[in-house]
Design a protein around this ligand. Structure first.
Ligand code: ZN
Ligand code: ZN
Length: 227
């Protein structure tokens, strides 16, 4: 993989990935090898190179706290500049506004590996950045229903909410098992009430897939929900 990848080739790879990701979310079958073969035919690299590129794209998804295509384990051996391009291409392909969260997370990952000589100065007057984020309309009735069903107990770890809100109600967060951005539905069949720890873990944890499987077998309303 010595030769540089053109924007066109990266875009075609991202389009293939997004297509597989959508199919997986909908439970539709697909064959990864066919995607690599098509890319091979068009751009001339080996199927293996495309598979590895797909794993880089999984890495961008994982940095964003999203689920990645099953079997394409995130490969983090990719430059921040490529991550930046991949993240932009993903948002363009998915038709969503760019959030650049993977780019930021990737830079943090890199910096964590080097010991700085002195603590960073940071910014005394941080600049403000205007961002636009694609938001999905959520039904407050779904949130309210799921919260009252949980009765203040995290549906993942079964521990009580770690603290109360100012109004005295237990603090839990409602999470969509299959993200709305990934085609999940905003219904009680796809929503769970979680403590903040479990919520973050379901987005960023190494075992998030196993957690989802456990949630689905434990909570009957989630079966066949959201996909
Ligand atoms: Zn929990
Ligand atoms: Zn969530």
């Amino acid at each position: 993989m010595s030769e540089n990848w053109s924007e066109e080739e990266l875009r075609a790879s991202v389009e293939a990935y997004v297509d597989m990701h959508r199919k997986e979310a909908k439970g539709e079958p697909f064959i990864k090898k066919n995607y690599y073969a098509q890319l091979s035919e068009k751009f001339g690299r080996t199927a293996k190179s495309y598979e590895y590129r797909m794993q880089n794209i999984s890495y961008v998804y994982s940095l964003q706290g999203r689920r990645w295509v099953n079997g394409l384990k995130p490969a983090r051996n990719v430059g921040a500049n490529v991550i930046q391009v991949l993240e932009r291409l993903i948002s363009e392909t998915e038709g969503q506004k760019l959030t650049a969260s993977a780019e930021f997370a990737a830079v943090v990952e890199k910096l964590k590996k080097v010991t700085p000589k002195a603590p960073p100065v940071g910014n005394i007057k941080p600049a403000n950045v205007q961002t636009t984020v694609t938001e999905y309309a959520r039904d407050p009735a779904v949130v309210a229903w799921v919260l009252s069903e949980a009765e203040g107990i995290c549906e993942c770890c079964d521990n009580p909410a770690p603290f109360k809100r100012e109004d005295g109600s237990p603090f839990l967060e409602v999470h969509h098992v299959l993200r709305l951005a990934d085609g999940g539905e905003d219904t009680i069949k796809n929503a769970v009430a979680l403590c903040p720890n479990c919520h973050r873990e379901l987005h960023y944890g190494a075992e998030k897939r196993e957690l989802v499987t456990r949630l689905r077998s434990k909570i009957s309303r989630l079966r066949n929900g959201g996909r």
